[in-house]
Design a protein around this ligand. Sequence first.
Ligand code: ZN
Length: 66
Amino acid sequence: MKKRKILIPMPRSRFYKVVCKNCGAENVIFSHATYPARCKVCGTQVVEPTGGRSKVINAEVVSELG
Ligand SMILES: [Zn+2]
């Protein structure tokens, strides 16, 4: 009998600091956001949730946190 090795996915989530392309405000977003995060200043959607890693839209990642 073969023993199947189960690979446990390690959490590779982190926080990103992004700059909104619309107003230039800094926002801290979660890299695996499951919700469409919006800019805290102008309300532009900056993160698009996908199956895994979220996609940064309308914003630029300036640094990674933690
Ligand atoms: Zn904005």
